[in-house]
Ligand binder design. Structure first.
Ligand SMILES: Cc1ncc(COP(=O)(O)O)c(C=O)c1O
Length: 304
């Protein structure tokens, strides 16, 4: 794979398209030194960014949590994203929208800095965010080293770069130990999610998922909840202790990048993927939604 900084094409950067190689920031940027940096990942299906309005709403909310405002209106960011996707001729792809504080100040407090914004997109090769056979074989999970901080200890509702150090270290360790991802617990020792996706269990035809007290409110999670409601699948949202992995008859993770992936194993607990009708219905419902073949409505709870 070509490293991301060595590709070609156009990136929207602070108001207009620039050549890919010119989309640079200075090493003395507040966003780099103090993680005053947020992002969104958006999927493109059939040339259309999926749930773009919701992603832009969440980006704005993430900025507010980190005490800065985006430089551009939602409509401008929306148009910029469509422009980048069209310019690159992407059909099945992925978009990154980033915003970060600039270089006026290099100290913790940052009352008056510029805020930069970029939108980049690329065609997504199969298997980039999940192994190509993960949908059939399921993924394996291990409980990670770090816990997600409670909301009084970190800006957990912001899709902020700084929150991802927990995920990177935990997932690296999971991969080295032969698992596909790490499960993160909260301050009370209950399940929260995996490092870049939310977590669901099935038990006797009922869905169970943790609250989002210690993490972002997922857009795919909201899609899953809406599809479940349409399908008449009951869903219980609440605290789930790790022992629930042994009581469940199935599990899956869901996120923009990985979509819906069944879990084959959580440490010593194994799940039979074949007969899980709830998971199959949700996978096909999500596929219909992303393909524009569904009238399931997902409310934009991220809009202020
Ligand atoms: C930590 C974390 N949890 C969950 C998710 C899934 O959220 P979404 O469905 O909005 O992509 C993501 C990805 O954005 C994430 O980074």
């Amino acid at each position: 794979m070509i490293p991301f900084d060595q590709r070609t094409g156009k990136i929207w950067y602070d108001g207009g398209l620039v050549d890919w190689a010119d989309a640079k920031l200075h090493v003395l940027s507040h966003g780099l030194h103090y993680a005053s940096s947020i992002f969104e990942g958006v999927r493109v299906y059939g040339g259309e960014p999926f749930m773009l309005t919701e992603h832009i709403s969440r980006l704005r909310g993430s900025a507010r949590v980190l005490d800065f405002d985006l430089e551009y209106a939602d409509e401008t960011l929306h148009a910029a994203t469509l422009q980048v996707v069209a310019e690159a001729g992407i059909t099945e792809g992925y978009i990154r929208v980033n915003a970060w504080r600039g270089s006026e100040i290099i100290q913790t407090a940052a009352l008056h800095t510029s805020v930069h914004t970029s939108v980049a997109a690329w065609e997504l090769p199969a298997g980039y965010y999940a192994a190509a056979d993960a949908l059939d074989k399921g993924i394996s999970l291990v409980i990670g080293r770090y816990r997600r901080p409670a909301p009084q200890y970190a800006p957990v509702k912001s899709k902020a770069a700084g929150n991802y150090m927990i995920g990177t270290v935990s997932k690296n360790e999971a991969l080295r130990a032969g698992y596909d991802d790490a499960l993160l617990l909260d301050d009370n020792g209950n399940f929260v999610e995996v490092t870049g996706a939310h977590l669901f269990f099935t038990r006797n035809g009922v869905l169970h998922t943790p609250t989002t007290r210690c993490t972002i409110d997922g857009i795919t999670r909201a899609c899953v909840l809406a599809i479940a409601e349409r399908e008449g699948i009951e869903c219980v949202v609440g605290d789930l202790a790790p022992s629930f992995a042994g009581e469940a008859d199935g599990a899956f993770v869901c996120g923009t990048a990985c979509e819906i992936l069944p879990v084959a194993r959580i440490e010593e607990h194994h799940y039979d993927l074949g007969g899980n009708e709830v998971i199959q219905k949700l996978i096909s419902g999500y596929r219909d939604l992303t393909a524009g073949r569904s009238d399931v409505e997902v409310p934009n709870v991220w809009a202020s």
